[in-house]
Write a protein that binds this ligand. Structure first.
Ligand code: T5A
Length: 221
């Protein structure tokens, strides 16, 4: 039996972590087992690579090296966390996945699409997300939220890029959604938290919770 795989994508501060966690709670409340995870990271080996990437140590080595490091982290994450959970029939919710590489390293980092797709085939294999929520907010809104949440802490490798960089990211994510409308659902992340959460839940109910489950829930007092 295979579980369900959902990813959250979008710019910095768009609400991915907030809504990934909220969705996990809501699905758990329906009695399902959920693995809530993130990228880069999500497994012990990948968390070490996360530190290398987000500290900026790898930046001078160039965007291709960073792409390979993201792929190495993803390979460990998929093999040790995501694939076993899906095989056990669990739901997996991941904060960022392949679309972040396509956009940050591909569109913005100008890394050859062939390399990105090749690494994707090797690392992801059959563990492709069925549903991806793209939380869309203007770059200025997302960066302001990320800054206020960070407080006195320093911005990481990508957060410290310019507003123009982040606005281009936003457009690149939206473009991906145009090409994969079945998988990628765009949600206006500027809406109040409860509204965003409800829109996400409606899509999950419609697409992934089967009819039988809904019937069972409807008759449960
Ligand atoms: N990266 C990652 C790549 O370059 N390539 C890749 O392949 C991968 C996988 C990861 C970095 O790595 C890069 C992209 C990233 O730069 P990260 O530390 O994991 O970095 O950070 P992000 O994924 O960018 O996540 P953030 O933590 O910055 O933002 P989130 O998760 O989108 O936002 P969240 O939920 O923490 O919310 C931010 C604040 O806004 C509030 C929240 O309470 C919080 O304070 N908020 C709202 N406020 C008002 N209205 C709403 N609707 C709100 N929703 C949330």
């Amino acid at each position: 039996m295979r579980g369900h795989f959902i990813t959250f994508e979008g710019g910095e501060g768009s609400g991915k972590s907030t809504h990934a966690a909220a969705l996990a709670e809501r699905i758990r409340a329906r009695g399902r087992e959920v693995v809530l995870t993130r990228e880069p990271g999500g497994s012990p080996g990948a968390e070490i690579i996360r530190h290398i990437l987000l500290s900026g140590i790898a930046k001078p080595m160039g965007a291709e090296t960073e792409t390979i490091l993201f792929a190495a982290a993803r390979d460990d994450h998929v093999r040790t966390t995501i694939a076993p959970a899906l095989a056990a029939g669990k739901w997996v919710i991941c904060d960022r996945f392949i679309d972040s590489t396509r956009v940050y390293q591909g569109t913005l980092g100008k890394v050859d699409g062939k390399l990105i797709r090749g690494l994707e085939r090797v690392t992801v294999g059959a563990a492709m997300p069925e549903l991806t929520f793209l939380l869309d907010v203007p770059a200025t809104v997302g960066l302001a939220r990320a800054k206020s949440r960070r407080g006195a802490g320093t911005a990481d490798r990508f957060e410290s890029e310019s507003v123009e960089f982040h606005e281009q990211l936003r457009q690149a994510f939206l473009e991906l959604a145009v090409h994969e409308p079945k998988r990628i659902v765009v949600i206006d992340g500027r809406a109040p938290r409860e509204v965003v959460a409800e829109r996400i839940w409606q899509a999950v109910e419609r697409r992934l919770l089967d009819d039988q489950t809904r019937v069972a829930e409807a008759v449960t007092p």
